[in-house]
Design a protein around this ligand. Sequence first.
Ligand SMILES: [Ca+2]
Ligand SMILES: [Ca+2]
Ligand SMILES: [Ca+2]
Ligand SMILES: [Ca+2]
Length: 266
Amino acid sequence: MRKIFLSLCLVITPLIGYGYIIDGYIWDWGVDLSPTSAKIKGYLDSNLPKGGLDIDFITEDNADYTGNWSVGPGGSTKNYYDAEAFYFDNDANYAYIALIQGLSRSGYNSIDPGDIAIGFSLSSYSYGIDVSSYDQTNKKANFYGNIKSWDSVTISAHKPYSDPWRFKITGGNAQLLGAIDFVYSSAQNTHYVLEARIPLSLLGVTATPGSPITPIFLHWTMECGNDFLNLSADINPVPEPSSLVLMLLSFLGLGGLKFLNKYLKS
Ligand SMILES: [Ca+2]
Ligand SMILES: [Ca+2]
Ligand SMILES: [Ca+2]
Ligand SMILES: [Ca+2]
């Protein structure tokens, strides 16, 4: 009977941890970048993320692999300068981020991808993922807090829209909080995925049952600021374990109740 109870617990566990895999693929967010139709602009606007606890997202897939496009304050050569989609979710222990855009790790035409900016009030980013620190072997990148100083994008006309793009480590007060799980993918039908997992403890937030909903703001652009994404998201408390147990028992029906009764009596 103990075995049955243990297997009940094993069934409950995945309901508590949503378990995005930090691998640079977004199947786990419910989106497939592998069909050739994923190359066509608008694909990420019509294929939206689903599942998880409470996914917050923004999509703006307005350029593709051929020609020149107007994408924001600036333009995009093919898909290179298209900031395409931002996804955010959490479980009891981690925040999960996926960013989809058109620049490889090494950039294009001397334009580098920017850092991922994170903050708890609009347009004020005190946390950041140092994208240039990406360690491909260990699938890690450095995560900083207490960031006070960010660089402006290089095209001044884009600053009011796209700033900031990268934070200062030397000369700022940025504090290294740790190496987090992070992957900068290779090309997937002209898209590149930046996927990250940040321990909520490093953000000073809890998401245990009964915790408040915490608003959180994300921002990303590239060096020239031709396109950008701002995401207003929230960190949601996970459901009460008791309600998960009830869900499970109703799913199993009377059989489940009988098992539990027997176990409690034994
Ligand atoms: Ca993934
Ligand atoms: Ca695109
Ligand atoms: Ca865009
Ligand atoms: Ca959320």
